[in-house]
Design a protein around this ligand. Structure first.
Ligand code: PEP
Ligand code: MG
Length: 325
């Protein structure tokens, strides 16, 4: 079947009723970027910079980061690259920067850490901006945002980095597109204000599911409860895309859900038009979405949202897929 999927991988993702869907790759390792970008994706939808930091013995400096980011952008050709600022803490430790906490998932992670260490944050922003000089590809993504002040402060640091580089290089360095990860549920209710501040939103459905359900995404004892198809989680995802659409704020999904057939079907039904996933899922999701009608899916979604459990949702969508071969 892989061969069947691959036979269409160079074709654009368009539903049978003409809805263009954009499929991007999640990446973190440079070596994987090299091979992945040969595949016909619409770009890199999530470049997890923390992987680079996790592989080192100490914080990588500005030049070292710059060189790696430049290679990533180059490997993507002229396609967009969404670079996420350092997202350590929680389940992603740095040996050389130990964080001891009772509740790491509710602790010092993502943007919280960057904003408490602006010297590290600025080095990373400066490296990204310099790597992207003379390209239009760079999109900067802020992880684990939980309030508006974090966005405003991040933008101030980013402006500072642009001004510094403009002065140092004698060349105007302008602000790139900036977005936030939607993974802390409270921001669902502040998307109006978010839309006034950033250029795009990317839903981290792994963390959003974890925080909506209060279920540790890595704890095997509660893994049956980690259910991205929980009708309440699906309603939250639908609410997010509808709110963003009201503001013409581009929104994508970069959590694992986007690369799962049932997940991708439901997300397209809700109105998402951009999905970012592991490279291994790309050809299959493309093949699948080229065979569904968005209009038909909206009926399926309405049924799914009225069900009582994630298992019922999975059953319904699986039956739908089987009926259509
Ligand atoms: C997510 O939370 O869904 C996400 C994409 O980020 P990560 O898995 O890296 O936390
Ligand atoms: Mg996350």
């Amino acid at each position: 079947q892989q061969r069947q999927y691959a036979s269409e991988s160079s074709l654009k993702t368009v539903t049978t009723d003409g809805q263009r869907i954009y499929l991007y790759i999640n990446s973190g390792l440079l070596s994987s970027v090299d091979s992945e970008t040969g595949v016909d994706s619409d770009g890199i939808g999530l470049y997890r910079t923390e992987i680079l930091f996790m592989l080192k013995q100490c914080f990588p400096g500005e030049i070292e980061q710059l060189e790696i980011y430049r290679k990533v952008l180059k490997a993507a050709g002229d396609k967009p690259v969404v670079m996420r600022t350092l997202d350590v803490g929680g389940d992603k430790p740095l040996d050389y920067f130990p964080i001891i906490e009772d509740n790491p998932f509710l602790g010092w992670r993502g943007i919280r850490l960057s904003l408490d260490h602006p010297e590290l944050f600025l080095i990373q922003l400066r490296a990204m901006l310099q790597a992207a000089i003379d390209t239009e590809q760079l999109h900067i993504l802020l992880p684990m945002v939980s309030n508006l002040e974090e966005i405003d402060l991040s933008l101030i640091y980013l402006e500072q980095a642009c001004q510094e580089l403009t002065a140092e290089l004698g060349k105007s360095i302008s602000m790139p597109k900036v977005g936030i990860m939607l993974e802390v549920p409270v921001l669902l209710y502040q998307l109006d204000e978010v839309a006034q501040r950033v250029d795009f939103v990317s839903v981290g459905s792994n963390d959003l599911t974890q925080y909506l359900l209060a279920v540790d995404r890595n704890n095997p004892s509660v893994s049956p409860l980690f259910d991205s198809f929980h009708p309440g989680v699906l309603r939250a995802l639908k609410f997010a895309v509808e709110s963003c659409n009201q503001h013409q704020l581009p929104i994508s999904v970069c959590g694992e859900l986007a690369g799962e057939p049932i997940g991708a079907i439901l997300l397209i039904a809700m109105g998402y038009e951009q999905l970012s996933m592991n490279q291994a899922s790309l050809a299959r999701i493309n093949y699948l979405l080229r065979r569904v009608s968005k209009q038909e899916l909206s009926v399926l979604l309405a049924q799914a949202l009225r069900l009582n459990s994630g298992d019922d949702v999975k059953k319904l969508v699986t039956e739908y897929c089987e009926q259509r071969g």
